[in-house]
Design a protein around this ligand. Sequence first.
Ligand code: ADP
Ligand code: ZN
Length: 805
Amino acid sequence: MYADIAVDAPIPYSRTFSYSLPENCSAEIGQLVWVPFGSRIIQGIIVNLTDTSEVDHTRPIVSTIEPGQLVSSLQVSLGLWISKYYLSPVFNAISLFLPPGFKSKVRSEISSGSQIKSSVNIPPAHYQSALQVLARKHRMKEQDFSKLLGSGGNTALDRLIKTEHIQRHTIIPRSKTHTYESYLVAPDKSQIDAIEDKLSDKQSELLSAVRSQVGPYPTRIANKEFGRSPAVNLVNRGILGLEWVRLEKNPTAGQMNTGYPTDLILTTEQEYAVSNIKQAIINPHSHFRTFLLHGVTGSGKTEVYLRAMAQALEQGHQIIYLLPEISLTPQTVSRLTSRFPGKVALIHSRMKPSERFEQWWGIRDGDYPIVVGPRSALFAPLQNLGLIIIDEEHEWTYKQEFSQPLYDARLVALHLAQLTNSVIVRGSATPDVESYYHALNKHSSSLLELPRRINALNNDGPTNGAEVKICDMREELRKGNRSIFSEALSASLINCIENNHQAILFLNRRGNAPFVQCRDCGHVVTCRSCSVALTFHSTIKKLVCHGCNHKSNAPTTCSTCGGPRIRQLGIGTQKVVEELHDLLPGVSVERCDTDASRSGELPEDTLRRLSEGEIQVLVGTQMITKGLDIPNVTMVGAILADIGLNAPDFRSGERVFDLLCQVSGRAGRGQSPGTVIIQTYEPDNYAIVSAACQDYRSMYDREIQSRLDQGNPPFNQIIQFRFRHLNSTICESNAKNIAQDLKQEITKRGLSDIEVIGPAPGTPQRIRGYYRWNILIKGHNLHQFLSETGIPGQCQIDVDPVHIL
Ligand code: ADP
Ligand code: ZN
């Protein structure tokens, strides 16, 4: 028997290696094994079993790590697909399914064996020094010991194991399954009177502490306060009782029903959506298995998910509920846990590794039929998946952007659903333009719309949540107002605070590349061939296109209006806070962005203090735009909508629209009407105009046309190659060479549907000392093209990148 094994080594892309299996070894697909690789012993995962080997000489595996499968065959197939599609090593892709932290905690160690002192069986002299080191250290990592044995270390190591001079131990992290805590229980009063005078001071102090405690008294605390002996003594004498209670590790356990009604009468639109989804859940052969639920904020999407989930549970299915970030969407999470008490496992980005590990085993043991979490929740060990919900499906955080594999959870979910015949519901107020395109054209999913807010239907609140005003900052300059705040924004803030309401000021930071804009007419300097804003590079004092790398001089006058006030734009949250202190002396103002959270408080704590009314004005970035529902927030201001608009990325218009719709949705959730003010130098830009009237369709129509014109997704696929180097010349020439190779291949093959763009500098061009250059390829059948021409090395590859920077 032979096994194809994905090994834990930096090897190119989807390659696996063939190993032989020893006679009596019962191995399964998905099992973890130790294998020799070069001169080392490393971990591997079996992805296939065969009777024949592709290569003449195979080495045997060393041993299995776990007695059985840790990863199911279905998960292995999904892992193989991820590896192939995202062009990343198989082991990395499959290890997404391992218990969290498992991979790094599994170790193989060596200690002295039973024959080490035998006078008959003496190991060769040249191993003696290694064995002496081992005897001194008692135990060593297998790799380290193997190094001591010198070249051919692994063979020598195997021989020494056979002769029992040394032995091998595999350290595998195990689930503790349950932890118990003991409590002290107080006796009857009658009993106490009889013994009171026979106790030491410490003992009677402990006794009265236990008696005055309303609930059970933890032994842990008794030991800390009074020392161990009083408790031991009193328990031994039968004066105090001892009780062991199983600790519930599940972070959702003990959450009370937070009073969300369960018996709502669905609106007609909700009813239609729910019945369509339910049908698909009940009938495994139904035509559509994927639904796109497009509903404005507050239109009752969550209620639709909850009903679908109840149906899936009734069918005996399990559910994955994806959210961009749990800590920032506390209200959704508490609705889920209160609707399905005891059934929900939450995966939280700030959970301790040990908690995640325990929870993985809990899910695998079938303790929780519902798993709620960010993109990694997709890899939970569920045996009988039936429904995947993707809430806020437009969020780019569903794409893994930093460590391999750079997967998009939305696409992986689609494949997982196909493998398990599950139903997918993706929902958003501002769907991804690509998903809306597919749903509208009924390619793979069915479109369900909830066009109205629930409270507008019930006439118990403002109809559209908030009144949105666009504020033209060019006018402000003409009026002589040089502050960050327009007159309208200042007045609105003052009014809001006078009424004891709260406000949120939003500043788009991501993609805050310094672009150049005319302060008189709002004209932005863009590239002639790329329709992206040019970025000013202060080092060379030139404007550079981050699409095609074309360089030009920064203009001194505006080409549209001839005005002289053409300059770089960019503001930080810090600056906004400073101006707020001047405008509203004595008002509590706080900042919430990645910088601020690094310096101390967690964003969820800042948001909690906002909802408790402690913070009156909050200034923040994207982070604060998600699921907040605070009735007392009546005013929202977007400081400068243009910043995101001119990021050198073809999705920048769509992103600004999403953000503005979401921030606007934060105002006017309660009884008082809300005001939203969008400050901009480009009041006529389609993204801003359609966000102001919350008109998704008009944004979509403009956007999809420009995608078609520019040949961008969904009409083409994009793959980005990212080059990094400490030396700027090497970085650039690496990128140039690959771009040239790719272009030559395209010409040679006469391919008209693939285009190479760049290389161009990344945004920013240098991070932590590393220079960055990027190449894009755009077109059809890119995977096939790359598999025929060879996948470029020396770079990070991002398939379907969500940021073209
Ligand atoms: P979304 O998820 O689209 O933002 P929610 O599901 O949070 O919307 O609904 C907004 C509010 O309306 C919630 O407080 C919810 O309890 C309530 N709601 C939802 N559906 C109904 C309904 N059919 N009748 C009355 N209230 C509803
Ligand atoms: Zn360009």
